[in-house]
Write a protein that binds this ligand. Sequence first.
Ligand code: ATP
Ligand code: MG
Length: 229
Amino acid sequence: MRDNAVANPLILLGGTFDPVHHGHLRTAVDLFQAFSGRADIALMPAAQHRLREAEAAAPEDRLAMLALAVAHEPGLSVEPLEIQRGGTTYTVETLEILRQREGAQRSLIFAMGLDAWHSLSKWHRWLEIVQLAHIIVVCRPQGSSGEALNCGDALQANRTDLIDDLISTSHGKVLFLTLTQLEISSTRIRALLKQGLSPRYLLPDSVLAYIEKHQLYRCRNRDTDHQHT
Ligand code: ATP
Ligand code: MG
């Protein structure tokens, strides 16, 4: 690489992806296009499922489904770091590892929904996040505004409306981006499968084929059923 040639920004999209669906993928493609294709979008599954439902898929299955989902999509990839680390992973620690790995120059961008933004001030070492990465807050067109809020004050000086600011610097900016999101949730997909109904067109066919082949999200664990009888 030439001296002043810096790699494309790396945009991280966290979640449980249990399973990944077209809502996630459409947002990833929208982000890629918002950066005019000058960004790498990485879907980063969390190690631990919050609810530990009987139907939750194993981390290896969630990774495999993500790999299938991004296989033919330019600019999209899967970041397995949090699953490799295992257990509870704090965003700030994940970003420290990624900063180390990607070098001081590369633009790192952590994308979060408005809900996550509203609770940011409760996150572990939250003020250090902008010392490691930029933040994109993904807002829905009719959603409530994120402008006035608790952690907004502390990060007011970090705000920008220019995507170019996130490309030309490595960290420290907060950008609100309004994107239309599809009304799809993994919860609904799991519920359909549990009832033996089809979630087709809510997620990629390749992911659905994997779910069927490995009989994921099918029905409750028999052992759990027995405990209730
Ligand atoms: P669950 O129903 O299990 O909570 P989910 O569909 O909400 O799953 P997550 O894995 O929780 O998916 O979400 C991963 C990330 O994707 C989060 O940042 C979340 O805000 C975002 N996201 C969730 N659903 C959508 C959607 N329909 N469109 C765009 N982004 C979404
Ligand atoms: Mg969710």
